[in-house]
Design a protein around this ligand. Structure first.
Ligand code: NAD
Ligand code: DAU
Length: 351
């Protein structure tokens, strides 16, 4: 079992749930959270862990190769769970270079630092790269992404993640680095930055603002509660075979418009509003450029090999998520200041 586990991007949405799970699950290990704290990173997500004896935070930038080498030399990490990334598709359309730098160069810097630090001694060591189903491209009405589906990324974000996946596999084949990967579908739950569909809709309903639905709202996503993803990551971390990839998904497909209507109905109930009041806020806006039609995951490999299955059904997960956002107004209000307002203007108002 690894003694010093480096988790990158631990102050972000999924990373914070992974850090919490690992700190609790591995009391004998030291968990190091490395995060640059970009607009998407928020230490408030981990306030409850500040006193934990086996938790450490380091503010650092994965695009800085020297810094990565120095941190490996100082701490001697024996395992890496790599989540740090630029993660929002719309931002990648506005500014591709940032995604290429962080997601590709940043990943290579970590691979190089691990390789130099481990110096061929790979026993008990592991580099786990967390990736996305978007690398597989866009499905039509039928079919599922399997681990054998050919890569066909179509946005700067997914192309940068695909590139990082290829590099991780290249380090396995070329240098024998002990890697494992997973590719997951859309996550939702507490602590997600409100640029993403579900928290954005929740926040706009709360403030009775228009609910922007791209195109006709017919695109389909496969939604998974974030804690179920974190549990899958733990299983792959512990038992995933080296060099292998595991697809993770919710088996829970929703057209965007149906999902937005569901959130409207649940929130009208919770806020004591008249039925249909929030649905009236739906506003069809210009489609996302190159908008992938449908993602859906075949998760049978991780189910059969590692015994993973999601625990949350969508109805209970969505209710839990809405309750969390309604109960954590300060978290949301803090984030919704400054930079986010500028992004919102550019993405939704000036289009
Ligand atoms: P997020 O945007 O919420 O968090 C990303 C974190 O990475 C932030 O804390 C940010 O500060 C940090 N970061 C960014 N650039 C950095 C840098 N240069 N150095 C150090 N830290 C940096 O993202 P998320 O939604 O939690 O996604 C986490 C990972 O999971 C990503 O790799 C993403 O591609 C992948 N993923 C996300 C989803 C999803 O639905 N959100 C699904 C599948 C896979
Ligand atoms: O599939 C996994 C991916 O899921 C992750 O790799 C990404 O990091 C994550 O951001 C997510 O990507 P999506 O682009 O699918 O998520 P997003 O929440 O941005 O959008 C979900 C769907 O809703 C998508 O079809 C676009 C649409 N949408 C989104 C926003 C923000 C709207 O209709 N209106 C909106 O305002």
């Amino acid at each position: 079992m690894a003694e010093k586990i480096l988790i990158t991007g631990g102050a972000g949405f999924i990373g914070s749930h992974v850090v919490r799970l690992f700190v609790g699950a591995y009391p004998q290990a030291q968990i190091f959270n490395l995060d640059k704290l970009t607009y998407a990173g928020n230490l408030e997500n981990l306030r409850d862990l500040e006193q934990a004896r086996n938790y450490h935070f380091t503010k650092a930038d994965i695009t800085d190769a020297e810094q990565m080498n120095a941190l490996f030399a100082e701490h001697g990490f024996d395992a890496v769970v790599h989540l740090a990334a630029e993660s929002h598709v719309d931002r990648s359309i506005l500014n591709p270079l940032e995604f290429i730098t962080t997601n590709i160069i940043g990943t290579v810097n970590l691979l190089n630092a691990a390789r130099a630090s481990w110096a061929g001694q790979f026993e008990g060591r592991r580099f786990y790269h967390v990736s996305t189903d978007e690398v597989y491209g866009s499905l039509g009405a039928e079919g599922l992404f399997t681990e054998e589906t050919a890569y066909d990324p179509r946005s700067p974000y997914s192309a940068s993640k695909a590139s990082s996946d290829h590099l991780v596999r290249a380090y396995f084949h070329t240098y024998g680095l002990p890697v494992v990967l997973s590719n997951c579908s859309n996550n939702y739950g507490p602590n997600q930055f409100p640029e993403k569909l579900i928290p954005l809709i929740i926040n706009n309903i709360k403030h009775k603002k228009p609910l922007p639905v791209y195109g006709q709202g017919l695109n389909v996503r496969d939604w998974l509660y974030v804690e179920d993803h974190a549990k899958a990551i733990r299983l792959v971390f512990e038992g995933g075979r080296l060099g292998q990839t595991y697809n993770i998904g919710g088996m829970n497909e929703w057209r965007n418009i149906d999902l937005v209507r569901l959130v409207c109905r649940v929130m009208d109930g919770k806020l004591g509003r008249a039925e249909g009041e929030s649905e009236a806020l739906i506003s069809y806006v210009k489609d996302r450029a190159g908008h992938d039609l449908r993602y859906a995951i075949d998760a049978s490999k991780i189910r059969h090999e590692l015994g993973w299955t999601p625990e949350h059904d969508f109805e209970s997960g969505i209710r839990k998520t809405i309750d969390w956002y309604l109960a954590n107004e300060a978290w949301l209000d803090d984030i919704l200041s400054g930079d986010y307002q500028r992004y919102y203007e550019e993405q939704y108002v000036r289009r």
